[in-house]
Design a protein around this ligand. Structure first.
Ligand SMILES: [Zn+2]
Length: 586
């Protein structure tokens, strides 16, 4: 067994995908379904088939095996994915040099460099040169436990200590530059460290590997308070959420996540016992990040800083979260405190209580509106309501929408009649979004049943394939799959799925995925019976086609006066009809 087969046979696709997508079991057939992580949807069309070890989305058509899934969701190469799955399942990994392509080698080296940098920064923080950074952390009330848990560190203020370390470990200058941790000197030759004299926050990918850093300045002379790693082959900012790998379990458990602005906020909230907390790092929140949240929880509590920047960021985040179908609550803390400060001043208990009582986003937006518009006039109140309307309309449930509209109207002091009017008017203006589902050609029942049986067992293939003539499958939508099955060397048991898939055109692959993702509760004997029934039906159809064809030829021969030919054809027809009756009697 090669490495890939070994990995695939030791993991369960349901368990692996289940770590990224909340799956629900459908019946007793080993089929699971959930919201697709690869496109935006509100009702599940993503399906995982346990017996086939295969996933398929009927909305956006992605599908494949467990390796394909992890590659897509983690943005990893094939070999990286194999190594990751092997590592998680305690399968010994062959030497990287043997099992990787150029891209995986580059990414692997960058990961190694980041792991080395993280260790170096942590050691620096513990050493005498980390004194100032440690004092800062003590002032911010961070326990040793949290410093350890979040892997905080300190970058050497000298110019090239990390660069030297990398060189000593044999990483080339080119690799060092692509890590983003080292920069090339402009004026002279040589390289220097990107992060110097900063408190270092390692940033992890969803599987817990360090892929970037955020660095906080220790002295106020530094121009940038925070700097972050640039984008690299292992770090795409718009995809990564700070702390997601630690928050995941808590998010599943509580079905919610707290979204904060900065690294220190995340650590503060986490220390207050709320582990389901994340931040976008170094960018405004993106739709990709929101989708990553939605895979693990339905409710997001936005808890940004109460300053102007934080308020504007909250407004944008709320719209983005609503667009992706999440439930949104907003927590604004009194006293102009950010989450970290609040938890420190009032205690973990008080912060958790605040979280529990966080209001729906529309209350927060209504408060925003009251500040923005002149609430003393009825025009101002109406403008405030119109400001809120787009967000209210994103609520998909009609009754909930109406009830919230009423609530908000009452809160703003707008007449209910006017509210209903506005809701109605905008409802007609708003066009129902056309579903983006690509047209799925539906496969006829005969083809589906036959192929299900053919894919499942060698017995069926041996008995059925020889009798399934090319003529019978000529009009099949799935003809290409049957043709490839005919060509494939006889193998025991189920057809090796990848071998089959690999030989098909993309269109035929998609048909194959449809067949495989469908429910199949029948056993071997039933499948064989069904296949025979289909075959009889196809043979009958074929004979009927021949008979119809002969009849037409007899008719035209008679019409054109070719009587000899008509008689010969007639004899043929009679024989065929007799055979057909016999055939149907079988
Ligand atoms: Zn999809």
């Amino acid at each position: 067994m090669d490495f890939k087969e070994q990995v695939k046979s030791s993991v369960d696709i349901v368990k692996v995908i289940g770590e990224y997508v909340r799956l629900r079991r459908m019946g007793a057939t080993g089929r699971y379904s959930g919201l697709c992580p690869f496109h935006q949807e509100k009702t599940p069309s993503f399906s995982v088939n346990q017996s086939r070890q295969f996933f398929k989305c009927f909305g956006c058509s992605v599908g494949g095996d467990v390796i394909k899934f992890v590659m897509d969701i983690e943005g990893m190469t094939f070999w990286e994915t194999l190594n990751l799955l092997a590592e998680r399942n305690g399968i010994p990994i062959p030497k990287r040099t043997e099992y990787s392509d150029a891209e995986s080698k580059l990414r692997g080296a960058l990961m190694d460099m980041h792991a080395l940098a993280a260790r170096t920064f942590q050691a620096n923080l513990r050493s005498p040169q980390g004194g100032e950074a440690r004092e800062y952390l003590v002032r911010r009330g961070l326990s040793d436990e949290m410093i350890e848990a979040f892997g905080l560190g300190y970058s050497d203020p000298g110019w090239d200590s990390l660069t030297k370390r990398f060189s000593a470990e044999g990483f080339s200058a080119e690799l060092q530059e692509s890590s983003g941790l080292v920069r090339r000197r402009q004026e002279s030759s040589g390289h220097y460290d990107s992060f110097r004299g900063r408190l270092m926050f390692p940033i992890h990918n969803e599987s817990g590997k360090v892929i970037a850093f955020g660095g906080r300045a220790m002295s106020s002379e530094e121009q940038a308070k925070y700097i972050n790693s640039p984008e690299t082959p292992i770090y795409r900012k718009s995809y990564v959420l700070y702390n997601l790998h630690r928050a995941r379990d808590g998010m599943r458990h509580s079905n919610r996540v707290v979204l904060v602005e900065g690294y220190m906020d995340v650590i503060g909230v986490y220390a207050a016992g709320v582990k389901e907390v994340v931040a976008s790092c170094g960018t405004a929140l993106t739709a990709t990040q929101v989708r990553a949240l939605r895979r693990h929880a339905d409710t997001v509590i936005v808890n940004f800083d109460p300053d102007t920047a934080g308020i504007n960021a909250s407004e944008r985040a709320i719209q983005l979260l609503l667009d992706e179908g999440l439930r949104v609550r907003v927590l604004s803390l009194d006293g102009g405190l950010d989450p970290d400060e609040y938890a420190k001043q009032h205690g973990a208990e008080a912060y958790r209580a605040k979280l529990e009582s966080a209001n729906g986003y529309f209350h927060w937006l209504a408060d925003r509106a009251r500040v923005k518009f002149d609430m003393r006039t009825s025009e101002g109140r109406m403008d405030a309501f119109k400001f809120l309307l787009p967000s209210i309309q994103k609520i998909s449930d009609r009754l909930e929408r109406a009830s919230i509209a009423n609530d908000v109207a009452g809160y703003l002091g707008v007449e209910t009649g006017l509210v209903l009017d506005q809701l109605k008017r905008s409802a007609t203006e708003r066009r129902a979004p056309v579903p983006q589902t690509p047209a799925q050609a539906s496969i006829s029942a005969i083809e589906r049943i036959l192929l299900t049986a053919l894919l499942a067992g060698q017995d069926v293939r041996e008995q059925i394939l020889p009798r399934l003539s090319a003529q019978m499958t000529e009009a099949f939508q799935t003809r290409e799959i049957v043709d490839v099955l005919r060509q494939m060397a006889p193998a025991d048991g189920p057809v090796p799925f990848e071998a089959l898939e690999g030989r098909l055109s993309p269109a035929a692959q998609s048909l194959l995925h449809q067949i495989i993702a469908a429910d199949d509760t029948s056993d071997e004997t039933q499948r064989l019976e069904h296949a025979h029934a289909c075959l009889r039906r196809l043979e009958a159809d074929r004979r009927k086609g021949q008979i119809d064809g002969l009849r037409a030829r007899v008719k035209s021969a008679e019409g054109e006066g070719r009587l000899d030919e008509a008689l010969r054809l007639m004899a043929e027809l009679t024989k065929l009809e007799r055979d057909n009756q016999k055939g149907e009697g079988l």
